[in-house]
Design a protein around this ligand. Structure first.
Ligand code: G
Ligand code: G
Ligand code: MN
Ligand code: NA
Length: 252
């Protein structure tokens, strides 16, 4: 209750900020983009995890203005990096309740217009649970978003209510392999599943990126299985803009 009340004023008091986690191409050893992740600096309790407050925001329509702020802030940042010569896409996480409560495609169109960000520098991360309700409505919105030139990624793939049978119906550019696969990649049976997911994605012309890559062993196994896009603490943690800006010039 307390948290819910504080949440309502957090946007007005500018208590939110975004951190950005690099995504890596392990073949070319290059940065391929960032995932934007929200942080809440609570005036009394300090840093509160989105794992705690996003579900609360999702229970009310607060998720709509909150996501609008996230989307706009991430687009402004991507536009800024673009103008500095870093033409890197930024991904933004969307909540499934948002698709039920609002026209997400319209929001994306508005924010792209306001920020003048090139649509190909934006990616949206959706989850399998989005497909549970009103599948046709979600697919329609995703098609409208994709026709703008914005990319769509399926987050946490393989853990939720598996949408494997829908992969040819959902407009999709990327699968984000959930970090439980990475964590258990030293298990033969898990590798068999990951291999099958990668082969299936290839045939459907969908890219695969592994999440939660933390060790050289993870990198080696995933590389053997044909996965060449990775995200995780092994490469970089989510960072504040000021840290990213210090880190970027040292890459090349
Ligand atoms: O960043 P962290 O690992 O603490 O995130 C915890 C959870 O919160 C993850 O499931 C992540 O997807 C979610 N999350 C983080 N930032 C956002 C955001 O901006 N929007 C939404 N909808 N979820 C987010
Ligand atoms: O659900 P989603 O994939 O959007 O969640 C992203 C969350 O995963 C972020 O909160 C981020 O802090 C966290 N994360 C990023 N890299 C790693 C990692 O290598 N290991 C673990 N355990 N968590 C990670
Ligand atoms: Mn994500
Ligand atoms: Na994920």
């Amino acid at each position: 209750f307390e948290l819910q009340k504080d949440l309502q004023s957090a946007l007005d008091y500018e208590q939110f900020y975004l951190v950005y986690q690099p995504k890596w191409n392990t073949l070319s050893h290059s940065l391929i983009g960032f995932e934007a992740l929200i942080r809440w600096h609570h005036p009394r309790d300090g840093l509160i995890s989105p794992g705690e407050f996003i579900p609360i925001a999702e229970e009310s329509s607060y998720i709509i203005p909150l996501t609008k702020w996230i989307l706009k802030t991430a687009c402004i940042q991507a536009k800024q990096w673009d103008s500095e010569g870093y033409h890197l896409p930024v991904s933004v996480n969307l909540s499934s309740s948002h698709f039920r409560a609002d026209n997400v495609a319209e929001l994306v169109r508005t924010v792209l217009n306001e920020t003048e960000l090139s649509p190909h520098l934006l990616e949206l991360e959706i989850t399998e649970s989005m497909m549970l309700y009103d599948l046709n409505n979600v697919i329609e919105q995703l098609q409208a978003i994709r026709s703008l030139g914005v990319k769509i990624a399926m987050d946490d793939f393989g853990t939720g209510y598996s949408s494997i049978g829908l992969l040819d119906q959902i407009p999709l550019d990327t699968l984000k392999l959930d970090r439980v696969f990475t964590r258990n990649i030293d298990t033969k049976s898990k590798r068999a599943i990951v291999r099958a997911i990668i082969l299936m994605a290839e045939s459907l012309q969908i890219q695969v990126i592994a999440e939660g890559v933390e060790t050289q062993e993870h990198v080696d196994y995933l590389t053997q299985l044909g996965c060449h896009y990775m995200q995780g603490y092994f490469y970089a943690k989510p960072m504040k803009v000021s840290d990213i800006n210090e880190w970027l010039p040292r890459l090349s």
